[in-house]
Design a binder for this molecule. Structure first.
Ligand SMILES: [Zn+2]
Ligand SMILES: [Zn+2]
Length: 808
């Protein structure tokens, strides 16, 4: 018997190979098994894709599989097909696809390790050639692989030297293996993989309660809309049928409860459940609800997990100990081999898109996997993406609507504050009452949490001295924290009423950038074409694209003068402005600067939950999934930030952010209030968010997308060309664009570019791009096939992003 396998990580001719199946494992071996096979002089990991008597081995006599690594196949037929789909749709080699989806521990590999065979003290007297001496000395420090030794010299000489040293007995080589062989479970300890493995074992404590029992057990009454949603999805779960659903439920309509009821249905049908969330760190409330109901049957895959933890959660799913897997996008590949239900929560979220390596979208793959596994998939959102909404309208997905909030809670009252008017009003105030002079970054102490300027304010704006001096110019405006009187008043009232407030600003740091007022120089990142952000904590300048940070300078690099001043504002500065306005308020901040460490985020949230925080300032992190009953005011400081991005999805993202933010208010007994400050009060996304009217927003958005031929009315692919040498990058980009233009039929496909990317340089690499728009996917693929075989010059990386989300 023979088996066809994919060598994990291999490319080209070595990707798919045929091996003999030893008699000892012939009965067990099925497609999806992880095996160890010989490849040239090494042993490598492979995944079996086909087993049979007459497989084509390309004429060569096949070698035998060395070892079966798990008793149970790591991939079931549905996941095997999913990975084939992944490779084909995103146009990557299949060996690469497997390498990307497997936890790194699962990749067992052997390498020849060279080490000294004698005591180092003996070597001093020997007459070695200079190269031999170099090798011996390198090995004195540590054993090395051939590849590591290779760096010492030309390979021809090196081989001779190694042969001589080995023959004379000075050095020796041995095969060393890295990676996890197998998870030894109690039942296979001792004689691994010697017995046949049946279906998942029944649970010790069978789950037989149905959705209705849960309602009784937990005393929760579902709304009529929740009941309808649950019953719609229940029948394909029971009948093991594929059906995609779009669960469009307003904020606080009880989507989580629907997921939980459906999960219990799937468990009752003795199947497993996959729940995808955008970011596991932001999903603690959902994870908590699942844990409350299902206890140890829930496994959680973190992106912050180390390799061993990730592998352990895979094994728990594979062995059937975990019946429900909750995880971020990569969990789509976890070995949940008897799927009865897939849930994609917040399906519109861009975190489902992988932005490195294979740029897949887990939301889209979830629908593919559900079809392959014959189970329903539920895509849930209060603000469905335009793509999913279109699929709902075209009846590709069945739309389930939930328009009511649970327990008849009312929607928060949303008001728009026109910052243009506020600015005009403040200009008049300025002549009668002096505005506060602001602290520039120069005058702030490095450890000052709150700047020591507790003066009363006539208006909440915090200005730089420059801005105060030159009046109400528009340049000055960018440099103020725009806290309008109505917003300040609302915060004051909410504080007095002991309500909690969320203040949302989607930008980190203290000042947006530092600029020299003597010569105009703006300090930019040495590696990227973006300005660096000033963080008061530690007085550092940081690049938000590559992570470079350096101490903020005193003098301008350009003119040598002391002219540097901070411009613009982020969450750090907003906290300071609020602290001066409300000295007795307890203010905390949540953004990736304050919640990076494990546990830091939950500590902040505990503070809010226990009532120890009056005002929580944060980036979009605070708009997602938080459910605090005492939050009665949500303030959006500047809605325009996401609106002004150079991206056709900016209106959609703005609407989603504002709706999610507004949804955080009024989730308890008390009515919520939401204030949105903006310079674009008439923009359709802002107005629709005010009225919490998704339907109106999406109608308008669809019209525009159709007109401009953007998704969901067209297919997009972005070809990125990156390299260190700007002239080479632009030259290759031009050639690729020409190639694509030749392949395009002008009536059905458009080639935009080549052009420098909006952020022209990141991490010292120059970036150009070519955007393809086509009506049909096949046309796009035909053109892109030419790009795959384009011979880019050394140092240039060409990558293809299918259905791109990040256009920067
Ligand atoms: Zn200067
Ligand atoms: Zn940078």
């Amino acid at each position: 018997m023979m088996a066809q396998v994919v060598i994990v990580g291999a490319v080209g001719a070595l990707e798919r190979l045929t091996y003999m199946v030893p008699a000892s494992i012939a009965e067990q071996l099925t497609p999806g098994h992880r095996v160890l096979v010989p490849l040239r002089s090494r042993r490598v990991t492979a995944i079996v894709t086909q087993v049979g008597d007459n497989l084509d081995s390309g004429g060569a006599v096949p070698k035998a599989i060395i070892e079966l690594l798990e008793p149970r196949p790591l991939f079931d037929p549905a996941h095997l097909q999913l990975i084939e789909f992944l490779a084909s749709y995103y146009m990557v080699p299949i060996g690469e696809a497997f390498r990307n989806v497997l936890p790194s521990l699962a990749r067992v590999e052997s390498r020849q390790m060279y080490r000294l065979a004698t005591a180092p003290s003996l070597l001093a007297q020997i007459a070695f050639t200079p190269l031999e001496r170099e090798i011996v000395e390198a090995l004195t420090k540590r054993p090395m692989t051939l590849r590591q030794i290779d760096r010492l010299a030309e390979s021809g000489e090196l081989k001779t030297a190694i042969r001589r040293l080995t023959a004379d007995g000075w050095i020796t080589s041995r095969e060393a293996t890295r990676g996890r062989h197998r998870e030894r479970t109690p039942k296979d300890r001792g004689h691994v993989a010697s017995e046949g493995i049946g279906p998942l074992e029944p649970l010790a404590r069978p789950i037989e309660r149905t959705a209705c029992d849960y309602a009784q057990t937990f005393g929760l009454e579902l709304t009529a809309e929740q009941v309808a949603a649950v019953s719609a999805v229940t029948s394909p779960i029971r009948q093991r049928q594929f059906e995609p659903f779009l669960l469009w439920g307003v904020t606080a309509s009880g989507k989580s409860e629907v997921y939980i009821r459906l999960a219990s249905e799937a468990l009752a049908a003795k199947r497993q459940v996959l729940v995808l969330v955008p970011e596991i760190a932001l999903a603690d409330q959902l994870v908590g609800s699942f844990r409350n109901r299902f206890g140890p049957l829930v496994a959680v895959a973190h992106s912050a997990q180390n390799v061993a933890e990730r592998w352990a959660s895979w094994m728990a799913a594979l062995n059937g100990d975990a019946r429900i897997m909750i995880g971020p996008r990569s969990a789509i590949f976890a070995p949940i081999n008897d799927l009865g239900l897939i849930v994609v929560d917040e399906e519109h979220d861009s975190a489902y898109k992988q932005e490195e390596g294979i740029r897949y979208n887990a939301r889209d793959l979830a629908v593919v996997l559900a079809r392959l596994a014959s189970c329903p998939v539920v895509l849930g959102s209060a603000t469905p993406s335009a793509e999913s909404y279109a699929n709902g309208r075209r009846a590709r997905y069945r739309m389930l609507q939930m328009t009511q909030r649970v327990q008849q809670r009312e929607f928060a009252r949303v008001e728009i504050i026109d910052l243009r008017q506020q600015r005009a009003a403040a200009g008049q105030t300025r002549t009668t009452a002096p505005m506060e002079r602001a602290t520039t970054y120069q005058t702030l102490g490095s450890n000052a949490l709150i700047p020591p300027v507790p003066q009363p304010l006539s208006c909440g704006r915090v200005e730089t001295s420059e801005a105060a001096a030159d009046g109400a110019g528009s340049a000055a405006l960018a440099d103020q924290v725009p806290l309008s009187p109505p917003l300040i008043e609302a915060l004051r009232e909410n504080l007095a009423a002991a309500g909690q407030s969320l203040v949302f600003l989607n930008r980190r740091g203290y000042h947006n950038f530092l600029q020299c007022h003597l010569c105009g120089n703006v300090i930019t990142c040495p590696n990227c074409s973006v300005s660096m952000t000033f963080h008061l904590r530690g007085r550092m300048l940081r690049c938000h694209y590559c992570g470079t940070s350096e101490p903020a300078p005193d003098k301008c690099f350009e003119c040598g003068g002391f002219g540097l001043e901070g411009e613009g504002f982020g969450t750090e500065r907003l906290v300071h402005a609020l602290a001066r306005l409300f000295p007795s308020a307890r203010i905390d901040r949540m953004d990736s600067d304050t919640s990076g460490r494990r546990g830091a985020r939950s500590a902040i949230l505990r503070g809010v939950r226990s009532g120890n925080v009056d005002i929580l300032v944060g980036t979009q992190m605070i708009t997602k999934g938080l459910d605090f009953h005492n939050v009665t005011l949500v303030a959006v400081v500047l809605a325009d930030l996401s609106l002004n991005m150079p991206d056709f999805r900016s209106a959609e993202r703005t609407f989603q952010l504002l709706t999610q933010a507004a949804g955080r208010a009024g989730r308890g007994e008390r009515l919520g209030r939401v204030l949105i400050q903006t310079y674009a009060p008439h923009h359709y996304s802002v107005r629709a968010a005010r009225d919490q009217d998704y339907a109106r927003f999406i109608r308008r958005e669809m019209e525009l997308r159709r007109e401009l031929m953007y998704p969901p009315f067209a297919r997009l692919a972005l070809v990125r060309i990156e390299g260190d040498e700007p002239a080479h990058v632009s030259d290759d980009a031009t050639k690729i664009a020409t190639l694509l233009a030749h392949a395009a039929k002008p009536e059905s496909m458009r080639v935009l570019g080549p052009a420098p990317a909006p952020i022209e340089r990141i991490k010292q690499r120059y970036r150009w791009q070519v955007l393809l728009k086509a009506r049909e996917r096949n046309e796009l693929r035909a053109a892109l096939a030419k790009v795959s075989s384009y011979p880019a010059r050394d140092g240039i990386r060409v990558s293809i992003d299918i259905d791109p989300l990040n256009m920067l």
